[in-house]
Design a protein around this ligand. Structure first.
Ligand code: ADP
Ligand code: ADP
Length: 226
């Protein structure tokens, strides 16, 4: 089963700008997949469409066999999104940031608390659970974003520049955590500006430019060619 299947996806924004010009893409279940491309290439537009935040103009997107249009709720429940900007309520405690998210998915309270603990532990934040989230360091805030996105145990995690602006040591620690999440069976799609990040984490890669996929390959075969 494909984690993600995209066919002839197009997006024209209201101002007439065509951000996606017919994208075809498949991501295997269990993959750690990199979506790379320069600023303005269409990465955020694509991620926005996959996570139902942006409406597509045409094309078909399905997530674990659930058509985004026809089985919207099932598709959505398969996805966890970590957006680029820190966007949680910084006056909430670390624990509440995650458990409030669980509430959005209608997870019963007891189970929600158990899953909150599990995802905070996975991101090494359980010790910080009672801290007001504003007090966390930049790297911890990024990890909290990931913990929040995982609380409903999505099968596909989409990470939009998860380590942007984070120190190299903290970035490496985050790599290990992401790899562990992938090892446990979660499919991950990552966008990043750090080529070494994609290189060390991802098995497959697609490069997008000007709204078109210009390269799709296994990471090791790409590295042999450049
Ligand atoms: P849609 O076609 O999906 O309805 P809109 O064109 O209405 O999208 O724009 C959605 C939001 O994105 C608006 O708030 C708009 O200000 C903002 N926006 C417009 N142009 C750009 C741009 N070039 N880059 C990023 N955001 C933009
Ligand atoms: P990336 O994430 O790869 O940097 P984006 O998907 O954000 O690329 O943007 C792709 C292109 O679409 C850019 O040229 C951007 O300016 C444009 N764009 C993004 N959002 C909007 C919008 N709401 N309205 C009009 N143009 C947009």
């Amino acid at each position: 089963m494909k984690a993600l299947s995209i066919q002839n996806l197009k997006k024209t924004y209201a101002n007439g700008f065509q951000a996606l010009k017919g994208v075809d893409l498949e991501v295997d279940s269990g993959d750690f997949f990199a979506l790379l491309g320069p600023n303005g290439a269409g990465k955020s537009t694509m991620i926005g469409i996959i996570s139902s935040l942006v409406t597509k103009s045409s094309g078909i997107v399905s997530v674990f066999g659930h058509d985004l249009e026809k089985d919207t709720n099932q598709a959505k429940s398969c996805i966890g999104l970590v957006p680029q900007e820190v966007n949680f309520n910084q006056f909430e405690t670390v624990k509440n940031v995650v458990s409030i998210q669980a509430g959005y998915y209608g997870i019963p309270r007891k189970q929600a608390l158990a899953q909150t603990e599990q995802s905070l532990r996975q991101m090494d934040l359980w010790d910080k659970r009672d801290l007001v989230s504003r007090r966390l360091s930049g790297g911890m805030k990024r990890r909290l974003m990931i913990a929040r996105a995982m609380v409903h145990q999505p099968r596909l995690l989409i990470l939009d520049e998860p380590t942007a602006g984070v120190d190299i040591e903290i970035r490496r620690a985050m790599w290990q955590m992401m790899q562990e999440v992938n090892r446990q069976g979660t499919t991950i799609i990552l966008t990043t500006h750090y080529l070494e990040e994609a290189e060390s984490l991802c098995r497959n890669i697609a490069i997008i430019n000007n709204g078109e996929i210009v390269e799709k390959s296994a990471m090791n075969s790409l590295l042999q060619r450049i």
